[in-house]
Design a binder for this molecule. Structure first.
Ligand code: SAM
Length: 232
């Protein structure tokens, strides 16, 4: 798969739908960031796997943000993200995954990542990057439902591999341990534990649920939010 240059994550239609489907999760993430009161005035936010910039757009609209950095291997998605965020008075930079090198030490107020760790093989590497770029006392908020403790992941992993994605099987406990190993202080919770669950079984072609109990179990239990703090 490494030799294949993807132009879309799924295809054009699915990529648009990914935005719409993930909006509810981005809102939940934004709610936790707000409730935890972790952002300074004039925040710098880095999104790992920013795709088309939807999460960054939401955060720019909700918080006082001066700079955003989006990292994503998908050039077409980075171009959409750059166009999408051009209307805001925010310095917006987008890089492929080598873009970590462009980010100075201790320069970022918040790192976010939504459903991306399953595409990253080496947890110690990504944790080291996060630790290096975060300002002391700042946090990373990482959402992941596609992990080895989620019973649905086995099915989704097979489906993703069938359409050519290389994915990795991370255990939540290994994510916590990898954070500790680089000196980050981890905590976690389900991303959501209440509220309405949106799902259109007749529309979604990927990330489907076999039953509503599996849907609720996924959304209220297995879709995890990891919060990693860089000590002062
Ligand atoms: C499931 S999509 C999620 C996109 C977005 N975070 C969202 O919430 O809609 C995964 C994204 O991770 C990107 N990705 C894959 N490997 C990556 C890596 N090593 N580093 C950063 N992003 C990566 C993909 O190109 C894709 O845009």
């Amino acid at each position: 798969m490494e030799n294949v240059v993807r132009t879309h994550f799924f295809d054009h239609k699915e990529d648009l739908e990914l935005d719409q489907r993930n909006l509810y999760f981005w809102r939940a993430l934004q709610g936790h960031i707000l409730a935890d009161n972790v952002l300074p005035q004039q925040a710098v936010i880095l999104d790992i796997g920013c795709h088309r910039g939807g999460l960054l757009e939401l955060l720019i609209q909700k918080f006082n943000v001066v700079k955003v950095i989006g990292l994503d291997p998908l050039l077409s998605a980075r171009k959409v993200a750059a166009q999408r965020l051009a209307r805001f008075c925010v310095d917006a930079k987008f890089y492929d995954i080598n873009g970590w090198q462009q980010v100075p030490n201790a320069s970022v107020s918040l790192v976010v990542a939504h459903e991306v760790l399953q595409y990253i093989e080496h947890l110690p590497v990504v944790m080291s990057h996060i630790k290096r770029v975060l300002q002391p006392g700042a946090f990373a908020y990482i959402v992941l439902g596609c992990h080895s403790e989620n019973p649905l992941w086995k099915q989704w992993k097979t489906e993703l591999e069938a359409i050519g994605h290389t994915v990795y099987n991370h255990a939540p406990i290994d994510i916590l341990a990898a954070a500790v190993d680089v000196g980050l202080a981890p905590s976690l919770r389900p991303l959501r534990d209440t509220g309405w669950v949106y799902y259109k079984p007749n529309e979604d072609e990927v990330f489907t649920y076999p039953s509503v109990s599996a849907l609720l179990e996924h959304q209220y239990k297995h879709k995890l939010l990891f919060r990693l703090e860089k000590p002062l």
